[in-house]
Design a protein around this ligand. Structure first.
Ligand code: ATP
Length: 370
């Protein structure tokens, strides 16, 4: 059950026409966004797109220049950070170096004046949650990066916030540990039934963890959708290009019939592609096709010249599970095509400089207005 698909369900967090200016620079630009309870939500975008600023406004460290932020029915205007039911975990973790793990976790509880016995119990719970029971008496410098990350997580969860905000939570971990920790975070979020809002510039991380992703650019949200929708049905050239690898064919529409469009690309390739959008003849469009949807063959495909082009293999990248080919077409355009090695014909491998045909089905790509 996905609450965002149900128009009757009430958002838990609402940004309503939020703008944030620093001097004459607009970091967040009239942004509206809804996040639902128990959602694992990712704000994804390149450095400087305003994602941290958005998170910091939710936490209360920055005030919007205009617009409002509603959390659980409450307008957050004028409410200081420590009185908001949110907690933020920073990339730097900001652990106190002179305090033990348990004292780091207890810090916020102590400040709130929680009775000693309750506090000890809560700290124990948190240590168990992040699997650090044996490390309670250690100091941060006696821990690995992954363990420090878990202490920071435990500390930010100790006060049982309704929402946990995570700013690049896994940025300091190496690739393998980062991937493991992604699944741990997802398990934890499920187990606690909390709403997580995570800021990341790492699209794979967002795709793996999030229920939904907001792709941001220049202080605005370009698309909000599930990882699969973002990948398979990007709403713009920007999103298609930002998420994963993609081949873009530019051209102007030469014709349209029910559910399909036809165009000739600037490189001279005739394309027929499924498209639910009704575009007018002459409209400049971009057809975005993922590398795994491009077929490579030795013979001219039966549907030539439609959706096909001749070229030669320019580069081959072996990635273990798959191989990525760069194919230079006769028109000079370089196309990326990938094949799964588990299904590749091993007895007849494709080699450098080999003449090939690329082709794709009329459902392989997305037609986007340029
Ligand atoms: P990163 O991934 O690099 O942290 P981001 O998408 O999180 O990037 P923000 O930190 O939200 O970006 O910053 C958005 C823009 O606002 C940037 O251009 C930044 O320089 C600017 N900015 C942020 N904080 C301030 C500030 N206090 N004063 C002036 N400009 C700021």
């Amino acid at each position: 059950f996905a609450p965002w698909t149900d128009p009757a369900s009430k958002p838990f967090i609402s940004f309503r026409n939020v703008t944030k200016r620093f001097g004459d620079f607009t970091a967040v630009d009239d942004l509206s966004l809804n996040i639902y309870t128990r959602e694992f939500f990712a704000l994804l975008g390149a450095s400087g797109c305003g994602k941290s600023t958005l998170l910091r406004m939710l936490a209360g460290f920055e005030q919007p220049t205009s617009g409002e932020i509603i959390l659980d029915g409450q307008n957050l205007a004028g409410i200081p950070p420590y009185r908001r039911p949110v907690n933020m975990m920073f990339q730097s973790y900001a652990l106190f170096p002179h305090m033990t793990v348990e004292n780091n976790i207890a810090f916020g509880l102590k400040q709130d004046g929680m009775p000693k016995a309750d506090m000890a119990e809560r700290v124990q719970q948190m240590l168990k949650l992040v699997k650090l029971e044996k490390f309670a008496k250690r100091k941060p410098h006696q821990l690995s990066g992954g363990q420090r990350q878990r202490v920071a997580l435990a500390r930010s969860l100790a006060k049982r916030p309704k929402v946990l905000l995570l700013d690049e939570p896994l940025g300091a971990l190496d690739k393998k540990l980062r991937e493991e920790t992604q699944f741990e975070l997802m398990d934890l979020q499920q187990e606690l039934g909390l709403t997580f809002v995570v800021v990341t510039h790492d699209q794979e991380e967002a795709m793996t963890m999030a229920d939904r992703i907001a792709v941001m650019s220049h202080g605005t949200v370009v698309q909000v959708a599930t990882p699969a929708e973002i990948y398979e049905a990007p709403n713009s050239r920007f999103v298609a290009d930002f998420i994963g690898d993609v081949n873009i064919f530019d051209g102007a529409l030469t014709g349209a019939e029910a559910g399909f469009v036809q165009l000739e690309t600037t490189g001279g390739i005739p394309i027929r592609m499924m498209s639910p959008d009704g575009f007018a003849k002459g409209t400049r469009v971009a057809v975005a096709i993922r590398p795994e949807k491009i077929r490579i063959g030795r013979q001219t495909p039966a549907h030539a010249p439609m959706n096909t082009a001749a070229g030669e293999i320019w580069d081959i990248g072996y990635l273990g599970d798959m191989t990525v080919f760069h194919i230079r077409l006769k028109n000079g355009q370089v196309i990326k095509a990938s094949t799964l090695n588990a299904v590749r014909a091993v007895e007849d491998p494709l080699g450098y400089d080999q003449e090939v045909w690329i082709s794709f089905g009329d459902d392989a790509g997305v037609v986007l207005k340029d």
